[in-house]
Ligand binder design. Structure first.
Ligand SMILES: [Zn+2]
Length: 301
């Protein structure tokens, strides 16, 4: 039994048929041709083309945006120009199938929980470290979505009172101290090097012994480790799964482990341990398809 997963990203739409073991078949990738109705019809045509080759029962679609947990309406997906878009209902009516719609970060967390680095456990915290901090939480085998579908948006955990302003409107959020962008901003504040800087450059310089770069990586790892310890305190997930460009870099993970060692571990829970995400670019497609198969399309959970 295969389910269809569709992952609408910023520039590409990925899709594939996913089996009960989480393996992807007929993987496809297309550039997003346009916002609004253009994107909707592109997703619809893509689903129809998969349906023509295999009798799919369940369809899941994930996207970077907020999804109302009760109505499953896409509350806001700015890059697609969708506001209050009844995507699951419209696709379901056209395709005569149940369609499940979810936020892409939540779907990635679900995929890692079921088939990736979190498999076999009851709870999984996925923290993706890139431009910001993304990810999601699976608690006792349920995806945590909260009242507004914004549960598990961990980048906006308060980290520093009165700290750096965040795009969300608050000050001092975790992602202003522990993301790739935070690392670049701090490197500029410290005049580490003239010109544009990437987090990868700072990390490579640190690994090669540049003392200022080491201090920068220890700064960002320390803030990351503090937040991971906070998450472990309320979730007790066993391991925390790290993903994203910086988070999946083994050299960076070693710095994070060293920073975590600086915290005195809870005697009952033990030290916080981190592992790398395993599913990479397919996590959205896998999570979309498996959530659809698990919750059965647009029916309420
Ligand atoms: Zn914020």
């Amino acid at each position: 039994m295969l389910s269809l997963g569709i992952d609408i990203g910023g520039t590409k739409i990925a899709s594939g048929l996913v089996d009960a073991a989480g393996a992807v078949h007929e993987a496809r990738s297309h550039l997003v041709e346009g916002p609004a109705e253009t994107a909707f019809h592109q997703v619809l045509d893509l689903a129809r083309s998969h349906l023509a080759s295999y009798p799919i029962q369940h369809i899941g679609v994930v996207l970077p945006g907020g999804v109302d947990p009760k109505t499953r309406v896409v509350a806001s997906a700015p890059h697609l120009g969708w506001t209050d878009m009844p995507l699951a209902q419209r696709l379901g009516a056209e395709l005569n199938r149940g369609v499940h719609v979810e936020n892409d970060a939540n779907a990635a967390a679900w995929a890692e929980h079921r088939f990736g680095a979190g498999r076999g456990g009851d709870s999984t915290a996925l923290i993706t470290i890139g431009t910001g901090i993304g990810g999601g939480l699976v608690v006792d085998n349920r995806l945590l979505v909260g009242r507004h579908g914004l549960g598990g948006q961990l980048g906006h955990i308060p980290r520093v009172t009165g700290g750096h302003p965040c795009a969300c409107g608050a000050d001092g959020c975790w992602e202003q101290y522990a993301s790739g962008s935070a690392l670049r901003a701090e490197a500029r504040r410290r005049n580490w090097r003239p010109g544009p800087i990437t987090g990868e450059e700072v990390l490579s310089a640190a690994v090669h012994g540049d003392p200022a770069a080491v201090r920068l990586i220890e700064w960002v790892s320390g803030h990351l480790a503090h937040g991971l310890t906070t998450i472990a305190a309320f979730l007790d997930p066993g391991e925390v799964v790290l993903g994203g460009g910086l988070g999946s870099d083994k050299r960076f993970v070693e710095y994070v482990r060293a920073a975590l060692d600086a915290f005195h571990p809870s005697p009952s829970r033990g030290p916080v341990t981190v592992v790398g995400a395993e599913l990479g670019i397919h996590s959205g497609v896998i999570g979309a398809a498996d959530l659809a198969a698990t919750v059965g399309g647009s029916a309420p959970r």
